[in-house]
Design a protein around this ligand. Structure first.
Ligand SMILES: [Fe+2]
Ligand SMILES: [Fe+2]
Length: 473
């Protein structure tokens, strides 16, 4: 199957995978489509479904011209199936089958593992739409409202991407999994989403900005390692998803950046750190939100050492971030690295492990490095008022891996349970913080106007001014 980069929009399901050439698959996906739309109506954004929103839609998976901007009502968004072009010479870049041609069909022995990887990834996509569904009621500007909807429709499309793979390559099981992706719901007590962070609430825009910065960035790293997969259709799907994902992280990085900027303005104007009386967000509150979203996102990488991760790698199912740029044997069977852990004395120490078993830790290290870049940028703004934000220690507030149950302070000290509890309100968002943040969440819907707790963006979108009517009210 070689794909033309151009997407066929005359079809019921836009695609560049020649869906019309496989009637059975086409019919199966066309019968999933109304269920998806029903899910979107039931659990997508709670309002604005009938409004015109200035959205981008993929028209080609080429480098240029892949995104087309125009006004669309969200339920009429052309969700479809878009894979990056096939490279006929692509070979497996790592693991036991390194150097062999990549797979266009799934080898039987890897079926169960690949299905699991695809389902776990697929589950996060609609989960975030569910988590964010009420945010449209309190957007700080039309610009932000539009960005939220862009993220939401693209997460919906990422669900399509995974559902296509399930339907096309996994037969009956795949079709069942595709149904289940619409049946599990974020925060549902009986049938929750698979991963913890995707059952947390995203109740306000401050959380949304931190979520898109930290949690969508986990998505970037997961997709980037699946892009390395020997299963070529998965690789090509992820490659295209990553292009869309970049915008989500832009929303987070610039969102937090604009909050920080506004905080600094208010601090200077009123010569105080306590900007709450002036409707701003103080740095200590921002730090607590950062601590929360960062630590729950670290959990998404799984335990530092993992036999599953080692097996996925050896089998060629899931690689490392930028696998091909690495100068090693891409087998990792005689490579060692250290991971942070608690030593026998209960202090933070290190232990040496086989690199092959520590791939989750390696991916997480790359992620942490990436996270730090945004924090540095925010700190350039904060330097003006002598403040800074910090990523907490890797052991802080963890529910997965080496530090589960340990009382690690943000600065990396292991403290007593009492000390940890008595500092909880300094380290993590409190009820009071949440109430205050909630009180700031007043919708602003006049083009170009911004809520008082966030600065305007540096520029508009796609050549449009900041005061453009991005959502037609
Ligand atoms: Fe996504
Ligand atoms: Fe995303």
């Amino acid at each position: 199957m070689s794909s033309a980069p151009t997407i066929d929009y005359s079809e019921k399901i836009p695609n560049n995978v020649d869906l019309a050439g496989d009637r059975r698959l086409q019919r199966a996906l066309e019968s999933w489509q109304p269920k998806f739309l029903q899910w979107w109506r039931d659990l997508g954004p709670v309002a604005f479904q009938d409004h015109d929103v200035y959205l981008r839609t993929a028209i080609s998976t080429d480098q240029e011209g892949w995104a087309n901007f125009g006004f669309v009502k969200m339920p009429e968004y052309r969700w479809g199936i878009f894979l990056a072009s096939q490279d006929p010479n692509r070979t497996i870049a790592f693991g036991d089958n390194m150097g062999e041609p990549v797979w266009q069909e799934i080898p039987g022995e890897h079926r169960a593992d690949l299905r699991r990887l695809i389902v776990v990834q697929g589950d996060t996509e609609p989960a975030s739409v569910e988590q964010q569904r009420r945010l449209c009621e309190t957007a700080p500007s039309l610009w932000d409202l539009r960005n939220l909807f862009q993220v939401n429709v693209e997460e919906g499309r990422h669900l399509w991407a995974m559902v296509y793979l399930l339907h096309r390559y996994f037969g009956r099981d795949g079709r069942d999994e595709a149904e289940a992706l619409l049946e599990r719901n974020s925060g549902d007590l009986d049938n929750p989403r698979i991963l913890g962070a995707f059952n947390e609430q995203t109740p306000d825009w401050l959380s949304f900005f931190f979520f898109t910065y930290f949690t969508d960035r986990d998505g970037k790293y997961q997709l980037a390692s699946l892009r390395e997969s020997a299963f070529d259709p998965l690789s090509r799907t992820c490659q295209f998803m990553l292009k869309e994902e970049a915008h989500h992280m832009f929303v987070g990085a610039t969102g937090v950046g604009r909050v920080v900027q506004r905080t600094v303005e208010l601090m200077k104007e009123h010569d105080t750190e306590d900007v709450r009386p002036y409707g701003g967000l103080d740095v200590a509150t921002l730090q607590r939100y950062l601590n929360f979203h960062y630590s729950v996102s670290l959990d998404l990488f799984g335990a530092e050492t993992s036999t599953n991760a080692a097996n996925y790698y050896a089998a060629g199912l899931k690689g490392r971030f930028h696998e091909e740029d690495r100068n090693d044997d891409h087998q990792l069977k005689s490579d060692y690295r250290t991971i942070a852990t608690l030593d026998d004395g209960g202090r933070v120490g290190e232990r040496e492990v086989l690199s092959l078993t520590a791939l989750n830790a390696t991916l997480r290290d790359d992620y942490v490095e990436d996270c730090a870049k945004g924090v540095e940028r925010w700190n350039r703004t904060l330097a003006d008022v002598g403040c800074e934000l910090r990523l907490p220690h890797i052991g802080f507030h963890r529910a997965v891996g080496e530090f589960v149950g340990a009382q690690v302070a943000p600065d990396g000290r292991v403290v007593s349970a009492e000390e940890w509890e008595s500092n909880r309100s300094k380290w993590l968002p409190t009820d009071d913080d949440q109430k205050y943040v909630e009180s700031l969440m007043q919708p602003v819907r006049e083009p170009g106007k911004m809520a008082g707790w966030v600065a305007p963006p540096a520029s508009g979108l796609h050549g449009k001014p900041v005061d453009y009517e991005y959502v037609k009210l």
